[in-house]
Ligand binder design. Sequence first.
Ligand SMILES: Cc1cc2nc3c(=O)[nH]c(=O)nc-3n(C[C@H](O)[C@H](O)[C@H](O)COP(=O)(O)OP(=O)(O)OC[C@H]3O[C@@H](n4cnc5c(N)ncnc54)[C@H](O)[C@@H]3O)c2cc1C
Length: 497
Amino acid sequence: MKKILIVGGGTAGWMAAALFGRLFRGLWDIELVESEAIGTVGVGEATIPVIKEYNELIDLNEVEFMQRTQATFKLGIEFVDWFKEGERYQHGFGIIGQDWEWLRCHQYWLRANQLGRARDFGDFSINTAAARADKFMHPRIEMAESPIGHIVYAFHFDASLYAKYLRGLAEQHGAKRTEGRIVDVQTAENGDLASITMEDGRVIEADFFIDCSGFRGLLIEQTLKTGYEDWSHWLPCDRAMAVPCKRTEPLHPFTRSTARDPGWQWRIPLQHRTGNGLVYSSKHIDDDSAEKLLLANLDGEQLANPNRLRFTSGKRKKMWNRNCVALGLAAGFLEPLESTSIHLVQSAAIRLVRLFPDGKTDQATIDEFNRQSDFEWERVRDFIVLHYWANQRDGDFWEYCRNMELPETLTNKIDVWRSNGRIFRENHELFGEESWIQVFLGQGLVPRGYDPLVAIKGDLEIEQFLGNIAATIDRCLDVMPSHDEYVSKYCPAEPVA
Ligand SMILES: Cc1cc2nc3c(=O)[nH]c(=O)nc-3n(C[C@H](O)[C@H](O)[C@H](O)COP(=O)(O)OP(=O)(O)OC[C@H]3O[C@@H](n4cnc5c(N)ncnc54)[C@H](O)[C@@H]3O)c2cc1C
């Protein structure tokens, strides 16, 4: 093994180059080929908290990164009108309340709720309460007893600036960038990838290839014909349209997702502007009507023409095929409802580091990589599908979602939840219990009962327990600064003309 060639310089390509450059320096040459003429997809601006693990691995300076990418903090996602018109809830990151004896907080809440004495479930999450109040501060790790010790955050950032920033880091770590369009890909006699040919005739050879070429999957699909698992019967949206508008006040520390007919609209607050987009089903609305719907629902002045995108939800049958691993959109696409795509790039890149080949193609290693990837993608898919299925909205699109047959893995989770409000994180699935609980409740799936062990506590005790948690969180909000104020002190970005 001498050389790794990364094809594509979008978020996926530069994330891979920054990580491999940092970890493999001196062992392998890293070269990245991208074409400015082809460009990148240019969307993908909301993340989830695990991105901080990647940031640590590449030695990223948080302040500098936030300034250079016009970033803001993200405490969760607000879902508006998803369960039904007029209802809203937050999927806040981090813990909810605190455990009592051996039970999770939500079990006591379910009892109080059955008695008609429960406050809003969001009042028990510091992240949700702070998001609603547009407040933010970093967690104080030393305050483990206080909710302030448990604030969990991610970022919103400008996708193009993020790729540019990572490029700088990757080049510092020794990765080489080559500009130009790839016009041909050559394979060796055994079927492995051998080299690529550029438009100007240059041939670039490599031992291992990372396909980050976006939806087209230049290596993994167009050359290796790996095949695609289509999940659009579960995730029927197949189009998106993105458009920026002027920044609006206050600067919210959360992504908003508003259900529309048919699909949903995102709003991502950045320092220099707000990102907006509509994800929709082309079977239920044409592109021009979708554009009107999106533009009619912007919070601020439109700053550019909408960027139209097409996709099919699903994934490659194998993410690693021969001497090629696909990352990012080349690997597949799960729509951005829970901001998971950048995470899937990160986790696949780290998985590859853990399973990196020593030169020979080792089928057992490849199979293990694909097995772990499939598990992760399927569980994320289930979580997203839940939002669509558990709805009481009007319209053909929403009716289809309500009646679709679910993946068995999801049905099992729903059935266990529905009886006694129990949920278990399996292996290393991405979303933990708190995430599932908030979406179950937010989407109107209140379980029939609760854990029978709740009965050990008296109803008065439970009321006091829950009341104390909510009151403590209320008091924490009093000392937290506004998100706007925090960002402008901690990581103010240069104003953009
Ligand atoms: C509508 C939408 C919203 C999204 N929102 C989110 C979100 O909020 N959060 C999140 O985590 N993710 C989100 N994503 C996903 C995120 O945008 C992608 O995961 C991420 O941008 C990775 O894209 P990429 O690098 O794989 O592909 P691209 O950005 O398409 O990059 C492809 C690269 O390949 C190069 N290339 C292709 N063909 C050739 C060739 N022949 N020769 C040379 N170079 C070539 C291009 O020049 C480019 O550099 C969203 C995606 C969509 C579609």
